[in-house]
Design a binder for this molecule. Structure first.
Ligand code: ADP
Length: 404
């Protein structure tokens, strides 16, 4: 992402990216998002909950006190500046802390408090007097494992009896070593070795198993199988929890293998954002015209902050989708698709379109999205997909006063 002096965020992707590069991007995404974001993404959207046992009562908590967290953890929550549970935490935490333990698959965009939800559950469920591994958290990347550990340490600083270990590449333990820490944050490959070949861990004693960033996990070769291998070594009554920012079919299939008979929590986001965004298109015959239309737009309307998405070839620009999915820029008022998002076969990439324009119109504020198109084909398919009309805008005329 490059910011020019006018506060314009220009964000671009090379269309020639290989599958490998896509996967690397995807794996780097959560870490980047977490580095960039230090605040909770506020959302008013609905949570959708599917309970395995429809007769059991559904709880929502409006405060951390209601969860009856042990004082050390409540102190940690306060010190982190968490005043009240986030949308996903309201329903996920009571479910995770219920008796008997509930299995859970939870999906909501990054930054909505999933990590905090599961680390609070993990810290609540471990027995500090037992010095063996009770909670295993699988992270898809080394970096993410480090970050997760860091936040758990911050939150658990008033609970010094709890000990954490890293199960990542490079943490070479001596033969015969037994993990005495109650919590391990690790990556799948290393964890398979620790549980089977090296026997540092007795998987049958694990009470809570968390799989974080499932969508990123399956994008990395081998991680899916390794995760399932670990899952199979766990005792039947182990509490299994899986979190993901997105939920395409492949993630869902994987999730059900890792968490059989789950409760499911999903945070809706799509439909709402589109309603508050006014979408336009500008017909241009070539890139020069697109550029001219962009200049006209800038000349005519007051743009507080904008993001411009295009198929840029310049290597200095960072990828599109990191921004499209991860960063929430509250002030963003205009999103410009200099090029519409398409997949490698040239079909419209509806999901990315949604993520891009979803950057604007947050918190019920009105947003504006302008698409520069040289043919109607892709645009029509996008309109059809979302069942939303995208109006034509003529940047050479007075139309622009109207959108202001
Ligand atoms: P996710 O795992 O969904 O990406 P995180 O749990 O990392 O989200 O939370 C995103 C940010 O919001 C973090 O900086 C975290 O400290 C903060 N956060 C999480 N829960 C709360 C809360 N209840 N109140 C305030 N901030 C929170």
């Amino acid at each position: 992402v490059k910011a020019d002096t006018n506060g314009v965020l220009i964000n671009s992707a090379t269309p020639e990216k290989t599958d490998e590069e896509e996967k690397e991007d995807k794996a780097a995404q959560p870490s980047l998002n977490k580095l960039i974001r230090s605040n909770l993404v506020d959302t008013t959207n609905q949570v959708e909950i599917l309970q395995r046992d429809p007769d059991s009562l559904l709880y929502f908590v409006k405060s951390f006190e209601e969860l009856r967290l042990i004082p050390q953890l409540l102190q940690g929550v306060c010190a982190m500046g968490f005043n009240q549970p986030s949308k996903i935490q309201e329903s996920a935490l009571p479910m995770m802390l219920a008796e008997p333990p509930q299995k859970l698959i939870a999906q909501s965009q990054s930054g909505t408090g999933k990590t905090a939800a599961f680390f609070l559950a993990m810290l609540s469920l471990v027995e500090p007097v037992d010095t063996f591994l009770q909670c295993l958290c699988l992270s898809p990347t080394y970096k993410l494992a480090l970050q997760t550990r860091k936040v758990i340490e911050q939150n658990g600083k008033f609970y010094p009896e709890l000990k954490l270990a890293y199960g990542v590449r490079g943490n070479n333990l001596e033969r015969g070593h037994k993990i005495g820490e109650q919590i391990v944050i690790g990556t799948p490959g290393t964890m398979v070795d620790w549980c089977s070949k090296l026997k540092f861990i007795k998987p049958k004693k694990i009470k809570v198993f968390v799989l974080d960033e499932a969508d990123v996990m399956i994008a990395t070769q081998g991680h899916q199988d390794q995760s399932i291998r670990i899952q199979r070594m766990l005792p039947r009554n182990c509490q299994m929890l899986l979190f993901s920012a997105t939920f395409e079919d492949s993630v869902w299939k994987f999730a059900q293998k890792v968490v059989p008979d789950p409760n499911i929590i999903k945070l809706k986001r799509e439909e709402e954002t589109l309603d508050t965004i006014k979408q336009y298109y500008v017909l241009c015959t070539n890139r020069d015209e697109k550029f001219q239309a962009l200049c006209n737009l800038y000349g005519a309307i007051t743009i507080a902050q904008a993001m411009i998405f295009c198929h840029g070839k310049e290597k200095v620009l960072v990828t599109t989708n990191v921004c499209a999915r991860g960063i929430d820029v509250e002030q963003l008022s205009v999103v410009i698709n200099f090029d519409l998002p398409v997949d490698k076969d040239g079909n419209p990439d509806n999901e990315t379109y949604l993520h891009r324009i979803g950057r604007t119109g947050h918190f019920g504020k009105r947003g504006l999205a302008v698409n520069m198109v040289d043919s109607m084909n892709i645009l029509n398919r996008i309109q059809e997909h979302f069942n939303k009309k995208i109006e034509r805008l003529d940047t050479d005329t007075d139309d622009l006063d109207e959108i202001e």
